[in-house]
Ligand binder design. Structure first.
Ligand code: MTE
Ligand code: HPA
Ligand code: MOS
Length: 749
């Protein structure tokens, strides 16, 4: 089935936040943010700005009727700075004006007197100074301390990854207007409508039922709008509530880049021990997560780093510890993979280091340590339906790793200025929110009397194809043409108490709720059909809109049956509720069964490095992916391609730079480079691993949103292998992104 949104997207008719027609009298909001990463505020002077023509009012924390607090997991983040600023870009005031231009002019007139305080940007320094947001956590399996003595080889090292800008095409934004009885309605570009509703209610000091949040779709979220859409929505809600006017904010790109958090940079240490057969006997890692100035989602992101610290390998003795380090960067947040990629980069670095030191190919170590069926993850879950080895083997069979390596070697034997490198990247990603109580969803289904169907779920369409999958689910349960099904906006008054659209679990959770809702209606209409046809409900089926009795066609079809149901007063609406079964986790023991299932895959990555310039091209990424029983090939392939390219951008060119004062230097698209059409792999080949899928996946079609990002990690190690071919004694650093500057340093310095 085609993506229900593609025609709208290519004709420009799809409606994003900034496309919503504005109401008469709409005012425009613009945050004024701190020009320092850590300081006491001695004096804030908005008088000149407030006197500008077109400026209606300038709000600060003093205008907040409820709590000046937007922290989701931990209440440690004010909406507006009070006495201190904690990061460069922290909102201090909100300008409300009759036009965006007037607000921009006014912002230049605000002055602030600051008393500068010491700034920490490095997570290791934060840890040394005791600046931790939560106590460290450790996942442990076996006894690594004991195991080191059984290792033939032990290697240690350090591995760092930088942050990553979400760069959703649609920047953050929201539009609020007052409704009756002191209520408010907000359109928000958010992955978490309920998070927005809850935060606004808290800041305004009103009940949640006074706040209605509506989301049509996002021009991308990638985790950046899981929690961090709330601040902007709360600002416009506050202004609208106080001024009784519609208020809008669609952020400018540089404001968005400066004021919002990104993927967490990590700085980690590893220690890996192998026996003489290259089996990994023990693994230890210490992760320093750069959380930024407030908790945001950092504790949850940190947890997923621990869950994925051993990627798709079974290691009998593991001890991994993570520190959530408070620095003076903007609070870092969810980003596709949610800490998993950061953990996986470290074990891949450890394997690469062991391979280098032992003079073997990393592939030998990876292959020998893939998880067998029934093995235990460090967090106690027993791996079932493990597709690590099948994906690897099918990739090897299809793409012939030996042959590829021989081609690389042959090229490198002749090429003087250019060298090729190859790497294999297996992945394993757990599906479910790691926080078990978040794994539930609801859907509201109306069958209208003309046979058309309206569906609302708690899920948010952000480009990942959720709407298309939801239409498919409803159409499949009823066995009707998908054109009869319309997906409504996501709205907190229709579907309440939602978890954010995240963790790749949106289609599973909301789709299962939708199936439950549709099935309940189906039962009732079948019962009606059996009365019309003088049969039994069990004998009735609907097939492609035809109503069948004992498998025989009848005079009834979907439209006629629905019409009859309506006039017989059959209830044609239903709300389905789904909560993932089987999952649990005990944080006091750090053991449990947190994931409904895992997604696996294996990619082979080829690159060519220009050893004069330090530049490189990704020649090919060929992979076998565990889609389960795919319900929409085009959507899922789009997710693989997008995720892969986003992952390789993180690993190679996307370089976030803050100076030592905590000011973002890579603050625009001229200084922050994401992959473009020239930097995507010249060839991407995607093969599906044939399986039956998983019963906890929607229609057995496994979650696909985040896992493919991690194939991009292979690009780092392919580049490293090309460098080794040019200069066998090159010092190997594990410090992503591998920018051309860093490649040159490895080649010559
Ligand atoms: N794909 C597009 N086009 N845009 C996005 O914002 N977000 C990613 C992934 N794929 C994203 C995307 C992230 S971070 C997640 S968690 C999942 O989609 C969320 O959607 P899902 O749960 O439906 O997979
Ligand atoms: N993934 C993504 N988002 C989340 C998670 C998770 O596991 N937990 C809380 N928010
Ligand atoms: Mo995705 S990082 O779980 O929004």
């Amino acid at each position: 089935m085609k993506n229900v949104d593609s025609a709208g997207h290519v004709t420009g008719r799809s409606i994003y936040l900034d496309d919503i027609p504005v109401m008469q009298g709409t005012l425009y909001a613009l945050p004024y943010d701190a020009p320092s990463a850590h300081a006491h505020i001695k004096k804030l002077d908005v008088s000149e700005a407030a006197a500008m023509p077109g400026v209606i009012r300038i709000l600060t924390y003093k205008d907040i009727p409820g709590e000046n607090q937007i922290g989701g997991i931990i209440p440690d983040e004010p909406l507006f700075a009070e006495k201190e600023v904690h990061f460069w870009g922290m909102p201090v005031a909100l300008i409300i004006a009759t036009s965006e231009d007037a607000a921009i002019q006014a912002r230049k007139l605000i002055t602030i007197e600051l008393e500068e305080l010491p700034v920490i940007t490095d997570p290791r320094e934060a840890r040394a100074k005791g600046e931790l947001i939560i106590p460290p956590r450790t996942f442990k399996l076996g006894d690594p301390k004991q195991a080191w003595s059984n290792c033939a080889h032990v290697f240690e090292g350090r591995a760092d990854t930088n942050g990553q800008e979400h760069l959703y095409i649609e920047t953050q934004g929201a539009y609020a207007y007052p409704t009756e009885h002191g209520s408010i309605r907000i359109s928000s570009s958010t992955q978490g409508p309920t998070a927005v509703q809850k935060t606004i209610a808290k800041v305004l000091g009103v009940a949640m039922h006074k706040v209605e949040v509506d989301v049509t779709r996002l021009g991308g979220g990638f985790g950046g709008k899981e929690d961090q859409a709330s601040a902007w929505a709360t600002m416009v809600a506050l202004a609208s509530y106080l001024l009784k006017k519609p208020v809008k904010l669609a952020m400018h790109r540089m404001d968005d880049m400066r004021m919002t958090g990104k993927r967490h940079p990590y700085s980690s240490d590893f220690k890996i021990g192998l026996d003489k057969d290259l089996k990994i006997v023990a693994y230890e890692a210490t992760f320093h997560q750069n959380a930024g100035a407030a908790a945001d989602l950092s504790p949850a992101v940190m947890e997923r780093t621990l869950f994925h610290a051993t990627n798709s390998y079974f290691v009998p003795n593991v001890e991994v510890t993570a520190y959530c380090c408070r620095t003076h960067l903007p609070p870092n947040t969810a980003f596709r993979g949610f800490g998993g990629p950061q953990g996986m980069f470290v074990i891949e670095s450890a394997i690469a280091e062991a391979a280098r030191a032992l003079g073997v190919s990393a592939r030998e170590i990876q292959r020998r340590n893939l998880m067998p069926e029934g093995s235990e993850f460090s967090y106690g879950q027993i791996a079932e339906h493990v597709n690590a080895t099948p994906a690897w083997e099918l990739a090897d069979k299809t793409f012939d790793f030996d042959k590829q390596q021989k081609e690389v070697d042959a090229f490198n034997a002749i090429g003087e200025t250019h060298k090729k490198g190859m790497a294999i990247m297996p992945i394993c990603f757990g599906i479910s929110f790691t926080n078990t109580p978040m794994n539930h969803a609801r859907a509201l289904v109306h069958v209208y009397q003309d046979g058309s169907v309206g569906v609302s779920t708690g899920g948010v369409e952000m480009g990942q194809g959720l709407n298309t999958k939801m239409v498919q689910v409803a159409a499949a349960v009823f066995s009707i043409d998908p054109s009869r099904v319309k997906l409504e906006s996501t709205n907190t008054t229709r579907v309440a108490n939602t978890s954010p659209s995240a963790a790749s679990a949106t289609a599973d959770l909301n789709g299962k709720a939708l199936e439950i809702g549709c099935n309940a209606i189906l039962e009732r209409i079948k019962e009606k059909a059996s009365r019309i046809l003088k049969s039994k409900p069990e004998a009735i089926t609907i097939e492609n809109e035809a109503v069948m009795n004992n498998g025989q066609a009848t005079d009834l079809d979907w439209k006629k049956l629905i019409h009859a149901c309506h006039w017989d007063r059959v209830h044609l609406s239903e709300s389905g509720h789904y909560a993932t079964p089987e999952i649990h986790f005990d944080k006091s023991k750090e053991k449990g069964h947190p994931f409904a299932y895992h997604v696996y895959g294996t990619a082979v990555v080829m690159v060519t490095v220009d050893c004069i310039r330090g530049t490189y091209v990704v020649d090919a990424v060929k992979l076998v992916h565990d889609f389960g029983k795919r319900m929409n090939d085009a959507v899922d392939i789009g997710q693989i391609e997008g995720g892969l390219v986003q992952g390789l951008g993180w690993m190679t060119m996307e370089e976030i730079v803050y100076n030592d004062k905590g000011k973002l230097l890579s603050n625009a698209l001229s200084t922050y480079k994401v992959p473009d059409i020239h930097s995507v792999p010249k060839e991407i080949t995607i093969e599906a691993l044939p399986t039956d899928g998983h019963p906890l996946a929607i229609r057995r079609s496994k979650a696909v949103g985040e896992p493919p990002l991690m194939y991009g990690i292979g690009v780092y190690f392919a580049i490293q292998n090309a460098i080794k071919a040019f200069r066998p004694d090159a010092r190997m650093v594990f410090d992503a992104p591998y920018t051309p500057e860093k490649v040159l340093m490895s080649l010559y310095a």
